[in-house]
Design a protein around this ligand. Structure first.
Ligand code: PLA
Length: 428
């Protein structure tokens, strides 16, 4: 039926351009091609968990520490540092490179209290937006000053590593790390890939508590890796997001880095206080690059600052105050060390409990890897389909690669979790 002329007039009037509507339409078409981004494989899990009304729900997705009641934890040392900050310290801008005190303390943690490299001022370091920001700053630096270089990333790795170096436009390669059958390190494959990479390649290494596998090289293996890096003149970039979470002792967890330092490597290092100080949302971290001499370190630091300035100008002040107050005060520092150990120990206890629960349910599978793996995560070996069943049938939320954040497992939910895992894994 033909449209009546009066109706057509109304339609015309309805779409007659008011200046505002026209602008809105122009905007709409300007961004009309923008598709929703895919959900983040880790933080997307938290979103889905929050949206689930079930009282039984369990979140073992993101690596955020919980106490045995499943509640987020603010460490006592942090509370005390905050008491000292409140009403006493101002909130002025930090310098572009961040808090000098916080950087000094961070370097001691990573490179050692009496490190000659610190004394010789050979380390270019800036405060960074936690571990992610430190990695990104390094990736941008790499792109700017070594534009022909690539980054070798372990398989598997923390998913965001790929995004970080992608957005910094550094080409990526992968290297062998995990051996799915043995649920351990594929040391032979790793060494082959190190040998086969072009001389002078950049490698991303997890300093300790590898995410997601919970599998680290032994000290002896680290020595061999370091030796081979020397032969090949590779550059190791350490992402140290879990210092203290592997062994319960931050000093011990810096062992891999120290081995590389002893062997005379130049290294890069991303540090994060998200996990080991529980400062997740404060975005407190540090990026450091060991240079050949003080002059080079000054130049490198100035360039890192110049990358930071147009991006976020300078880093946040509160977290840096908390970190430097704790690490500067011997009493608070020892309280911190005790609390880190407490977190690591609770996780170790939960590994034991999860494994025992699965075994007592009569699971025919081996769950040794739950207690063999270290750090925050258990790389369970479950398939994406099994994970989907856990989520859909049991309201258990975790990443689809089968990673369980042991930090979210508690005395209260471990039996429920074990039972659900048993149910989805007992038949193929
Ligand atoms: N590097 C590794 C290896 C990590 O696992 C994480 C965090 C970071 C860096 C960055 O942490 P930060 O920026 O907060 O300091 N990984 C978490 C969280 C804990 C996340 O995905 O952002 C994870 O669940 O894997």
């Amino acid at each position: 039926m033909a449209m009546s002329s009066s109706l057509a007039a109304i339609r015309r009037r309805a779409v007659a351009p008011s200046p505002l509507a026209a602008r809105a339409r122009a905007m709409a078409s300007l961004f009309g091609h923008v598709e929703p981004a895919p959900k983040d494989p880790i933080l997307g899990v938290t979103e889905a968990f929050l949206a689930d009304p079930s009282p039984d729900k369990v979140n073992v997705g993101v690596g955020a520490y919980r106490d045995d009641n499943g509640k987020p934890v603010v460490l006592d040392c942090v509370r005390e540092a905050e008491r000292r900050i409140a009403g006493n310290l101002n909130m002025e801008y930090l310098p572009m490179g961040g808090s000098i005190k916080m950087i000094e303390e961070s370097l001691k943690l990573a490179y050692g209290e009496d490190s000659e490299f610190i004394k010789d001022k050979r380390i270019a370091a800036v405060q960074a937006l936690s571990g992610t920001g430190a990695c990104r700053l390094f990736a941008d630096f790499q792109r700017r000053f070594l534009p022909d270089s690539q980054i070798y990333i372990p398989t598997p790795t923390w998913s965001n590593h790929h995004n970080i170096w992608r957005d910094a436009q550094v080409p990526q390669r992968t290297f062998t790390y995990y051996h799915p059958e043995s649920r351990g390190l594929d040391f032979a494959g790793l060494m082959d890939d190190i040998k086969n990479a072009p001389n002078g390649s950049f490698f991303l290494l997890h300093a300790c508590a590898h995410n997601p596998t919970g599998v680290d090289p032994t000290e002896e293996q680290w020595r061999e890796i370091s030796y081979q890096f020397k032969v090949k003149n590779h550059f190791p970039f350490f992402d140290m997001a879990y210092q203290g979470f592997a062994s319960g002792d931050p000093e011990r967890d810096a062992r891999a880095i120290r081995i590389f330092l002893e062997d005379g490597h130049q290294i890069g290092c991303a540090q994060s206080y998200a996990k080991n100080m529980g400062l997740y949302g404060q975005r407190a971290g540090c990026l450091s690059i060991l240079c050949e001499d003080e002059m080079q370190a000054v130049a490198v630091k100035s360039q890192l600052q110049q990358i930071a300035r147009p991006m976020y100008s300078n880093p946040p002040v509160h977290g840096s105050l908390v970190v430097s107050i704790i690490l500067n005060d011997p009493e608070l520092k020892s309280l911190w060390l005790k609390e880190v150990k407490g977190m690591a120990d609770r996780i170790i206890g939960m590994r034991k409990a999860l494994r025992e629960n699965l075994e007592s349910l009569g699971s025919h599978l081996s769950w040794d890897h739950i207690t063999n793996q270290i750090g925050m995560f258990c790389y369970s070996g479950m398939t994406p389909e099994q994970v989907d069943r856990l989520t859909n049938e049991y309201h258990i939320y975790m990443t689809r690669n089968g990673r369980i954040s042991m930090a979210g497992v508690t005395t209260g939910n471990v039996a429920y979790l074990a039972n659900a895992i048993h149910e989805v894994t007992k038949t193929k």
